[in-house]
Ligand binder design. Structure first.
Ligand code: GLP
Length: 215
């Protein structure tokens, strides 16, 4: 699962489907993408809280099937190794993704090696600024995070990326039209065998016309 505002509509629909008895998540195993480093366990900005609040607590997910990264305080290096092992023994069927306005996926910032696995990252200032809207001030936004790597993301059977709004238009254009390069981490998704990208009109507004019409 991904955090951030992008997948919120999807999570709402998932909850609705459960409430209408159309789907059950009781056998769904849940891992997630990333987490800030340095927040207290109670901090509502922790991504583990976000996922419980916006999805997991509102449907029949079994708590034995949920293993969120850094949900508990602990040694971050050890957590990288633990999550790496977990991803190897539990290959991901579907990876949900948002898109950072600098084209990051998870917290894999521009410059991240495409071969990366779960690791610690130093957040870029533009990422901290974008995410400051969830905190009382920019100073409160952690400077580091833990994220599954690009190689981990690319190992999923299917990838579903959601992006909306004008503020994502440039990143969407770069992801789909720029040369595939580490400056634009999301561009690597173009070589994955099964990716679905869902955009609203604003997020798709800078795409070349022919692709825009397809959207
Ligand atoms: C955050 C998260 C990403 C998320 C992205 C976009 O920094 N680490 O997983 O996809 O930025 O966030 P939003 O959907 O709120 O725009």
């Amino acid at each position: 699962l991904a955090t951030g505002s992008s997948p919120l509509g999807l999570y709402k629909k998932m909850i609705e489907s459960y409430q209408k008895d159309q789907v059950s998540y009781k056998n769904t195993e849940v891992l997630n993408l990333d987490e800030y480093i340095g927040l207290s366990e109670q901090d509502p900005n922790k991504y583990s809280h976000f996922l419980h609040h916006h999805l997991l607590d509102h449907a029949d997910f079994s708590k034995d099937n949920i293993d969120l990264i850094m949900a508990k305080q602990g040694n971050v290096q050890e957590e990288c190794q633990r999550y790496h092992n977990l991803l190897i023994s539990n290959p991901v069927d579907i990876q949900i993704l948002g898109l950072g306005s600098n084209c990051h996926i998870g917290f894999n910032e521009p410059g991240t090696n495409f071969d990366s696995q779960t690791h610690i990252v130093k957040l870029k200032e533009d990422t901290r600024k974008n995410n400051a809207r969830f905190f009382s001030s920019l100073d409160q936004v952690p400077k580091e995070a833990i994220t599954v790597g690009i190689r981990d993301i690319m190992s999923a059977q299917h990838i579903l990326l959601v992006a909306s709004g004008k503020q994502k238009a440039e990143a969407v254009k770069r992801m789909l039209e720029e040369d595939i390069c580490t400056d634009c981490p999301a561009s690597i998704l173009r070589v994955h065998k099964s990716v679905t990208i869902i955009l609203d009109e604003e997020a798709a507004s800078l795409l070349k016309k022919e692709r825009g019409e397809l959207c």
